[in-house]
Ligand binder design. Sequence first.
Ligand code: SF4
Length: 268
Amino acid sequence: MRGVSTLTLFLSLKGEETCFLTCVSVPLGAPLLSPSRERRFGSFFSIMPVMGRKDVKRIIRLLEQEYGLPRWRVRGEPVAVLVQTILSQNTSDKNSEPAFRRLMSSFLGWEEVAGASEEEIARCIQSGGLGKVKTRYIKQALGEVKRRCGSFNLEFLKKMTVEDARKWLMELPGVGIKTASCVLLFGLKMPALPVDTHVFRVATRLGLIKQGTSMERAHRELEAVVAPEDVYRFHVLLITHGRRACRARLPHCTRCVLREVCEFYGRG
Ligand code: SF4
């Protein structure tokens, strides 16, 4: 096959009492090693993917033992999750949640919000430090939903594949891959994996994604290794872990339940 080579590898991994006899088919010239393994074993050979679904299941199991089992529940109608997620972009829940509540209590329904002036919407959300851009996105996104669907009911997305439903949402103003994935996961119980700053940081340190991976690519790479039935708990548990232990500065590695599977910790 053009551009594809089959390699037979025999690796004796120093310090791991393990020998691998592995046959892999790889595109010629494709990067084979994660950065840390490249440093440990040299740049010639690698094993891809570094972690698979079994490893992810183990990570989830360990985190569940630590933080409990998150229950996958719908947080609200999809259009409400859409507006709430736009409000939460680049700000804390402490800012976005009161703004969302104020918006809900100031209008009688989505029809009214969509028909309100930008000034009226901005008055509801501004005190949380949320500016004009979000006002415009909310108004435009709602207008576009109404124009395309004739209503604000997004339940029809459930009949699509995750990829198609996400694509549909990402065509709305102000909706990127994370916002679209939140609508699917929290509003429609579909297995789309939102990658926020905590998920991104923890997944990178664990070695599930490479340093420097784009956000868009991180969504797709993580979805490829997390089983659909695990997507919700993976998302919630990684956020919890990122807040409580694997913090941006000074992660609590010595007390971390993921030490044994963590690439960052393994590097020392
Ligand atoms: S061992 Fe450290 S870097 Fe790895 S997941 Fe735990 S806290 Fe994060």
